[in-house]
Design a binder for this molecule. Structure first.
Ligand code: SF4
Length: 168
């Protein structure tokens, strides 16, 4: 079976970001994979029932790993703790990935959920730090390779390499 890729919905042109926008689309770069029916589109925050638009939220006190281990929280910019809701989204993303056989994920960077290389630092200053969001971290914990939208060539290379080695 061809390997599948979980993809952040906002990267596919769906306007599901906290402010009701999408991210610069990566559709052209993924067209071949889309035609091969490999893409599984998911917005973890929407899956968890969070509204769009919604208040911006950041991980405070660490990164995704710290949230998953109970040592950091996710707060909206007005201070409301939304850790539980965001964790629900991450778990649902993992569930979708596992049920559909995703070996890879292509997630929008910078998000407290989907970020895989960068996240915002937690003080809503717009400053980014190295780190991963909770869905990216949870997916990695379960063996799914996560790429950001800056890493599409690497993702495509991994998919092709895996297909080559796994084809009898
Ligand atoms: Fe949804 Fe992830 Fe995009 Fe945020 S970054 S809007 S959680 S798909």
């Amino acid at each position: 079976m061809k390997s599948k890729i979980l993809v952040s919905a906002c990267l596919m042109g769906f306007r599901v970001r906290y402010d009701g926008s999408d991210k610069p689309a990566v559709l052209d770069a993924l067209e071949q994979l889309r035609q091969e029916n490999r893409l599984v589109i998911c917005c973890p925050e929407q899956a968890a029932g969070l509204p769009t638009p919604r208040l911006p939220a950041e991980i405070c006190g660490g990164e995704g790993e710290d949230v998953l281990s109970g040592n950091a929280v996710i707060l909206e910019n007005h201070g409301k703790d939304v850790t539980r809701e965001y964790l629900k989204g991450a778990r649902l993303a993992l569930q979708v990935a596992q049920q559909t056989g995703c070996r890879y994920a292509l997630l929008a960077d910078g998000s407290p959920t989907c970020g895989s290389q960068k996240i915002y630092c937690g003080d809503f200053s717009g400053h980014q730090i190295n780190g991963s969001g909770i869905a990216a971290t949870l997916l990695r914990r379960h063996g799914i390779e996560v790429f950001s939208e800056q890493q599409i060539p690497q993702l495509v290379a991994r998919v092709v390499a895996y297909d080559t080695t796994s084809t009898p």
